[in-house]
Ligand binder design. Sequence first.
Ligand code: IVH
Length: 679
Amino acid sequence: MSDTRQVFRQRIEALREEIRHHNHRYHVLDDPEIPDAEYDRLMRELRALESDYPELVTADSPTQRVGDAPVSAFGTVEHRLPMLSLGNVFSEEELRDFHRRVVERLELAEAGEHLAYAAEPKLDGAAVSLTYVDGSLVRGATRGDGTTGEDITHNVRTIEAVPLKLLGRGHPATLEVRGEVFMPKDRFEAYNEHAKAAGEKIFKNPRNAAAGSLRQLDPKLTAARPLDIYVYSVGFVEGGELPAQHSEVLDRLQEWGLKTCPERAAVEGIEGCLDYHDRIGRRRDSLPYEIDGVVYKVNDLEMQRSLGFVSWAPRWAVAHKFPAQEELTTVRGIEFQVGRTGAVTPVARLEPVFVGGVTVSNATLHNIDELHRKDVRVGDTVIVRRAGDVIPEVVAVVEKRRLKGAKPVRLPKTCPVCGSPVVREEGEAVARCTGGLHCAAQRAESLKHFVSRKAMDIEGLGAELIEQLVASGQIETPADVYALDREQVAALERMGEKSTENLMKAIEASKETTLQRFLYALGVRLVGEATASALASHFGNLDGIAAASEEALVEVPDVGPVVAAAIRHFFAEKHNVEVVRTLQERGVHWPTFEPATAKEEPGALTGKTFVLTGTLSAMTRDEAKSRIQELGGKVTGSVSKKTDFVVHGDRPGSKRAKAEKLGVETLNESDFLDLIGPE
Ligand code: IVH
């Protein structure tokens, strides 16, 4: 070998070592030491050298993960030791039986109480076997039927967390490890999101995603799937020694660069197992990967050997399953529920089924689009899922079991609670009841809004009191707030004399208000504070707004056709008009004024539109807004081309970025203060 070639050979080896080290830090330990750009630089250098000296390329070089061409079919692999399955237990009682049998067979008697188990999450992915010869990965295989699996070497090589070469030294000449390949939940979601957008096939769950990805003929496809692995045992070993305890074996594998589950733990006796099951069970939903139970293994390998096997499962290990999160049941009916904000949501009434640890008899279908997409019909057999505290949902229909004559479900035209029309605005997934103040389902929520600080500002009438008043039927509409008498108020829970007095005073005081506040308080959909203020200054009085056509409404700055339609809907509803009239009869009043168009003196900021973002130090955002409005300017919530200025305080967020993108002028706090001048 020439001298220069020798030098490059050494450089190549050094680069590989370094890259392997960083791969391990990044993909196995999740603790990178160098920035990605530096890693990329090392890889580029190695690639360049390998392309100059192709004869120096080896299969375990970090550049060779996706090296192979697609295969036309999978080869088969005979497992030197069978890949076993596990017995399952579903209850504490069954687990105690398992433990008793272990203790009896090992003749441990009293000492059984302290028997050491290795406990690990039971991962929901696909089992694989990886064989290393002299530290280099030579074979990856699926479990198959336990005796014969498929050769998926080309695919497991693409999983970054699988070392192509083991770290450190002292590996047995032949070392077969076994583990679970899985797709972490967040990567699964992101993958599906992406696939959906690209019109590609999506995976039902992370397990299918992992198993399906491993069975690709083209390793490039597998490489594009975000897979991960935890190894959980060793298979065939030759030419080397391993420690005597299962947990120590896994520690050793971890040292050699193989990834083991960070949740694994050594526990003592049955109580230790139960405690572990409980602990992991409570964290199940927050773990970054899917699990369907925990596995306990007698930790001592000598004991494992003496316990042996029954047919396909070891006597020394057991899976303690969590309740299934998906089950089949049938749909008894589909009803539409009206939420507190008027959203009309389809709900499936189900034949009760035990799933995710509870009996489920209702499942949300989210919205009408979702209902149609899943095409759920009455009588259908469906897969129901309940994970953790999440609301149970219908995952899919088992179409093969659909009854003849089952009809698609339609959105009702009228609200099932109050009979008002149900509308669905363009581009909106959610259908809504237009009943507003009149609809019993929306009462408490609209009342909370009505009394809130920026609306009628009735201090002391909090959410709890409102719930009580609504539940007892004492209040149906906001107008009833002004019909409450002292005795009624005093009779509410936790109301003393003083608080009754204060609340009565607050109610009385709130009668004197402004048109802007009153409009906002009515809770017309899409009419926030800014719109209410714009409407008030444009029309100057309520009758004008109530009678305005959509054409007249869109004249108002900040009011588009959708908002105009929502305002029209509101005032077209007899009940709403009735409530407004009663409120006025009961003493709610505000000054009317000449519409803004007739104003003589324009302010310094007339015609200018502002968006405020971030925290200001000299004043609150509300104060800034009032100042702008006093000077004739307008404040809106979102940045568009029509925005004149974006005022940003501390931690501005995305609005400033958007302004910069659209070329809208941005002002920091001191620019802004200069602009508005002294008060
Ligand atoms: S030990 C003889 N440990 O569960 C021991 N298996 O039902 C056999 N699995 O096919 C496996 N997580 O794919 C073991 N921590 C874990 C596991 C685990 C998931 C899977 C494995 C196996 C199946 C057995």
